[in-house]
Design a protein around this ligand. Structure first.
Ligand code: 5AD
Ligand code: FES
Length: 358
């Protein structure tokens, strides 16, 4: 316990730990250590964001995917997945509804669907950016070439999400088919940063075979990459995948890692994810109270919501966008926060030595 407090203090003061220290901190965690961590995490969260929670409207525009990740419900070898693609008009309609509700960031997320050409994607980004000049567009469409990322950036995309999933290459191989590699994934992330995207990475908590040593690698990789955003959520088994019978990740460990991320990179954009809200009805509130500062409600048309099933029992699949905004706003107000009508961009720290009051 004392060792844990000392490591939390050290993380806060130095923003990094050794592999052995990360492992000791994660393995030695306790409820009182977690409370100590969350208090510090909230202090930084308040320092940079006050009580304002950023929102991103998630538009799941295709569930076709050429990949076969062992954990994911929309993997190509799941024949039960009912495949769909939204048209440009349908996507723009989602944006229109979202804008009216207060969303100022649209996240276009999809499987790696070769049917959308580079030009179609650039046109789509351009169309959204010209209609909603005060909004940010985030892409989450997987691994692509440097040229493709550059073209999409020039078309107006502001941000890109690409989780590394695990920073240990053996563990990566155990979660993915042989054609996917951690090296390639990391290369994509460095390209995205180099091009100038606000870049998000992240990993699943409690994925099959994950150890504290793997999580230590995740923290050290994130420290080195210095992304603007990190999305983490519990692994939740999907019935139509090879990992159907594996145990899921826990709320407790996910929250602890959210707190650690907030201390390591205090101005990080850090969502309380839908997966966390799926395994605990108050998961997103708990995520915010552990240091997260972003929520990403679903803006996809209700007709396709259930089909974008990455994992079982995903929440909000029957709710209209307006209900999700109102529901989340209520939930945030209950714990002393509010949804912000703002792009919610990453802001770098002018004086890294600056400490929050108190
Ligand atoms: N459980 C939790 N998260 C999952 N993802 C994919 N499948 C699952 C699952 N079964 C996450 C991955 C991916 C993100 C879009 O969703 O981390 O990067
Ligand atoms: Fe979707 Fe609560 S956030 S209904």
């Amino acid at each position: 316990m004392e060792q844990n407090i000392a490591l939390i203090d050290k993380l806060e003061a130095e923003s990094c730990l050794s592999r052995e220290e990360w492992i000791a901190l994660i393995e030695g965690r306790s409820p009182s250590g977690a409370e100590y961590l969350f208090q510090k995490a909230r202090k930084w969260q308040q320092h940079f964001f006050g009580s304002r929670i950023y929102t991103r409207g998630l538009i799941e525009f295709t569930n076709y995917c050429k990949n076969d990740c062992y954990y994911c419900g929309i993997r190509r070898s799941n024949p039960q997945a009912q495949r769909y693609r939204l048209t440009k008009e349908e996507i723009l309609e989602c944006c229109q509804i979202g804008y009216g509700l207060g969303f100022r960031t649209f996240v276009l997320q999809g499987g790696e669907d070769g049917r959308f050409s580079q030009k179609e994607l650039e046109d789509l980004v351009y169309a959204i950016k010209s209609r909603y000049a005060d909004c940010a567009v985030t892409l989450s469409i997987g691994e692509r070439s440097y040229e493709s990322y550059l073209g999409l950036f020039r078309a107006g995309a502001d941000r890109y999400l690409l989780r590394h999933e695990t920073a240990d290459s053996n563990h990566y191989r155990s979660l993915h088919p042989p054609e996917l590699s951690l090296e390639k994934r990391k290369q994509c992330l460095y390209w995205l940063k180099e091009i100038g995207y606000q870049t998000g990475t992240g990993f699943m908590v409690g994925s099959p075979g994950q150890t504290a040593a793997h999580l230590a690698e995740d923290m050290m990789f994130i420290r080195k990459l210095e992304p603007q955003m990190v999305g983490i959520g519990p692994f939740v088994p999907h019935h139509g995948t090879p990992f159907a019978g594996e145990p899921g990740g826990t709320v407790e460990l996910t929250l602890f890692l959210i707190g650690l991320l907030r201390l390591m990179l205090p101005n990080l954009l850090l969502p309380a994810t839908t997966a966390l809200g799926t395994i605990d009805p108050e998961g997103r509130e708990k995520g915010i109270l552990a240091g997260a500062n972003v929520v990403m409600p679903n803006l996809s048309p209700t007709s396709v919501r259930k089909k974008y099933e990455l994992y079982d029992n995903k929440i909000c699949t029957g709710d209209e966008a307006a209900e999700c905004w109102a529901c989340l706003n209520r939930r945030m107000e209950k714990i002393g926060y509010e949804l912000a009508v703002s792009r919610g961009d990453f802001e770098s720290i002018p004086h890294p030595e600056e400490k929050p009051p108190g």
